[in-house]
Design a protein around this ligand. Structure first.
Ligand SMILES: CC(C)(COP(=O)(O)OP(=O)(O)OC[C@H]1O[C@@H](n2cnc3c(N)ncnc32)[C@H](O)[C@@H]1OP(=O)(O)O)[C@@H](O)C(=O)NCCC(=O)NCCS
Length: 434
């Protein structure tokens, strides 16, 4: 299916009016306009507590993110080219869903409001404007990754993908996994950029929750992006299978402990593997690296083989938290997009204060594991919010667990049927920020 070009999607008129009533102007920013683009990029950086961006960094941002729809909020009387007081950007991404499928979704990023204009409703207007724009453009789901877990629930988003950050004491953990038949070689960072993109594209479709990346993201992982810290200390190792295919890549950086040269720390910036051999070889390289005592790895799946490949699994401490947040904009289209694990015949009532997902639906999942969904007038067996539906959409949490939290109500058998149907073959994961 051709993806909607987000830059052609008009600004939402309701948000335009709401912002105008508060003395703000809502505008699409043209990345080709030097002054406007620079002001937008500097405002976004400041909003995320970043430094002033150099000319090179501004140029790279403009080039890499030109495919997105950049939206700024300005003081009503501000000159063209002045700093926006609010920023957001959006594009049509691809979200992997169970059944080795992808669904186009409205990806949102770069939400900032100037510290001098906060708590005046600018973010609310921008977010609601993005949701209406995404829905009007025909997207069934919106998604984002978040700086704080407290901001987006009020807009109907929920954490659908959890992630794990690992700290590994390599001496204690020890390697007990299998040998891999291929070879490992250091590659230069520009080669790493290309491999990161290619490998991620190959594996993401089998991993519900993953989204497509972009060149700038891989350049940041490989410390090739302008303004990257310690580029020279960032190393990359590729795994080549006995058939000569590059099926894995590790990008890492070692920080020395100057008080003890046998206790350095290795940061895994990215480890992408297409298949178990590449996975085992690269993790063995990490765990058995000389002079390294501690490993940090972020954005790992909550269900990975590594703990089972260690001599002492308590050498790995995992911290799990929210990462991929989804928002259902169109219930039938979202539910039809994925495949299910069991048959079901359940009626659900979705409550959505913002109206996108409101309704009573009959959900029938047949032997083909696809959903037939229709509006129904009958009283539903299960009641839940749009956010609860988003939380369970990829199978990352059972609806019975959400019932325990008071977020789902209804008939126990119907909830159990939803649990069986929505369970995914693998835990949802998302290995990047976007
Ligand atoms: C988060 C941020 C965008 C909010 O902007 P804002 O214009 O002040 O937000 P609004 O005035 O529109 O507030 C909307 C609602 O969100 C709430 N809210 C705003 N910031 C919040 C935060 N950091 N934590 C929790 N709630 C927050 C407000 O209380 C308000 O709630 P209510 O209307 O339900 O009572 C802004 O503080 C910011 O730029 N922060 C730094 C960058 C950042 O973290 N961006 C988010 C990226 S994922």
């Amino acid at each position: 299916m051709a993806r909607t070009d987000a830059r052609t999607v008009p600004l939402d008129s309701t948000s335009r009016q709401a912002l105008a009533a508060s003395g703000f102007r809502y505008a699409v920013v043209d990345p080709a306009d030097d002054d406007a683009a620079r002001a937008y990029i500097q405002a976004e950086s400041r909003g995320f507590l970043g430094g002033e961006q150099s000319d090179d960094e501004v140029a790279e941002f403009r080039e890499q993110l030109a495919y997105r729809r950049w939206v700024g909020v300005y003081d009503a009387g501000a000159d063209a080219g002045s700093a926006p007081v609010g920023t957001v950007n959006s594009w049509t991404g691809e979200l992997s869903v169970p059944g080795e499928r992808t669904v186009p979704f409205w990806a949102i990023s770069g939400v900032t409001v100037s510290p001098t204009r906060r708590r005046r409703g600018i973010a609310r207007a921008m977010l609601q404007g993005e949701l209406r724009a995404g829905r009007d453009a025909g997207l069934a789901i919106a998604g984002l990754t978040v700086s704080e877990a407290t901001i987006y629930g009020r807009f109907g988003f929920a954490p659908a993908v959890r992630t794990a950050d690992w700290v590994i004491d390599t001496r204690r953990a020890g390697w007990a996994g299998p040998d891999a038949p291929g070879t490992l070689d250091h590659v230069d960072r520009s080669e790493a950029v290309a491999l990161l993109g290619a490998l991620h594209d190959r594996v993401r479709v089998n991993r519900p929750g993953e989204v497509d990346g972009w060149l700038g993201r891989w350049r940041q992982f490989a410390a090739v992006a302008r303004g990257s810290e310690h580029p020279g200390r960032t190393r990359a190792v590729a795994y080549t299978s006995p058939q000569g295919e590059r099926t894995g890549l590790l990008v890492y950086r070692i920080t020395e402990d100057e008080t003890d040269f046998a206790r350095h720390t290795l940061d895994v910036r990215a480890l992408f593997a297409d298949g178990p051999d590449a996975y085992a070889a690269l993790w063995r390289f990490v765990i058995e690296h000389d002079l390294v005592h501690r490993v940090h790895a972020r954005l790992r799946s909550i269900e990975e083989p590594l703990p089972w490949m260690l001599r002492d699994e308590r050498g790995l401490v995992s911290t799990v938290r929210d990462h991929g947040w989804l928002r259902i904009l169109d219930v039938p289209a979202a539910l039809r997009a994925r495949e299910y694990s069991a048959v079901a015949d359940v009626t659900i009532e979705v409550a959505d204060p913002q109206g996108f997902a409101t309704g009573c639906w009959s959900l029938q999942i047949g032997d083909d594991r696809r959903a037939l969904i229709d509006r129904t007038g009958t009283s539903a067996q299960v009641q839940l919010s749009a956010a609860a539906l988003a939380a369970g959409y990829l199978g990352g949490v059972r609806f019975s667990t959400l019932r325990g939290a008071g977020l789902v109500r209804g008939d126990s058998d119907a909830i159990a049927a939803l649990d069986r149907a929505f369970t995914a073959p693998t835990a949802p994961r998302l290995g990047i920020w976007y």
